[in-house]
Design a protein around this ligand. Sequence first.
Ligand code: URA
Length: 434
Amino acid sequence: MRAVELIERKRDGGRLSADELAFLVRGYTAGEVPDYQMAAFCMAVVWRGMDARETADLTAAMVATGERLDLRRFGRVVDKHSTGGVGDKTTLVVAPLVAACGLPVAKMSGRGLGFSGGTLDKLESISGYRVDLTTREFVAQLERIGIVLTGQTADLAPADGLIYALRDTTGTVPSIPLIASSIMSKKIAAGAHAVVLDVKVGRGAFMKDLATARALARAMVAIGQAHGLAVTCELTDMDQPLGRAVGNALEVAEAIATLRGEGPADLITLTRLAGAEMLLRGRAARDRRAAERRIDRALSDGSGLAKLRELVAAQGGDVRMVDDPALLPKAPHVETLRAARTAHVASIAADEVGIASVRLGAGREKKGDPVDHRTGIVLHAKVGDRVERGAPFAEVHHAGRPGDAAAIEMIRAAFRWRATKTAPRRLVLGRIAS
Ligand code: URA
């Protein structure tokens, strides 16, 4: 087999067999297929696509480059994943709630990517919190406390890490088969039996429109079916940021407030949606109403918050920050943005807010950059809200760096105003499930 022939076939719209895809993926991971050939192949896939069988085979080939965890002795283990957005701290709330309901949650999360935040960066706002557990520690902790939130170990789907880094620098990220196989290879390798995927749609997401998001959801459900993994995709709005906080420590504080019953309405809605679906997929609840009741109970009786505390302690984090979020890292400066006249918020460009948060240091301009856990934005108004002249609509937490003034102006400009009332945005846009 020769890599160039496989690239040419895909370039011309042909299909590749499971063996041929395994040859390319295995060869690339072993350093036998060079970057330029893999990049050319990815670009051919961007243009020509892949059918469901090829996408499932590509996923299998990526899983086969590393170990696959066997978590069967824990009963049904459920994972949750978001395709990425701005202000999306749902995992920090949902995972402890579901674990508090008795269903094991084993989750490997990622770092921020572009303007979208990452759970690992958020968790590292809690001093001491370790995101580099070994496979042995991962399994032992799941056994002990029923919840793990860590980074992907190097042994799981290593091909994905390599191919993703190549795609990031060759303009080959936006491809449904490549995104679907990338996400699902990690889920399959991590050993979950079911996964609830939040497919974000809108300006602050990879998928800008509902039709593309639906196609991605269908591709991931099909991969799950081919690999014996139950998959639910919830399609949810990411045109404005989720909740009120954007930025690592600010989002951890909002997640803790939510577990104390003081969260913003949109975050609570998504938490109940994903949490109930995880309980159903994990066969830990009879029906949706029973599942929602259990999530509500874990929210109101404090058991979700207690589980987060247990998780933080188990992974070496400072639990005093969970007990008193005022101890989380704090930016030295807070600039309050006030409305120039009384008006309603017509839209908040999530991508602009995300880019501004990166400029404030909360995300990375390039791979490997450090993040400033203290900085970010707190929205005082969301789409549909009326703001009186002179009242605050946002707060910018910054470190006083030279570029901060431009980032603050970007946040101001991300808000669009209207004299008349605008309807709040619809949050849940659809559902595709196996
Ligand atoms: N997230 C992933 O894990 N992979 C992609 O390709 C895109 C988003």
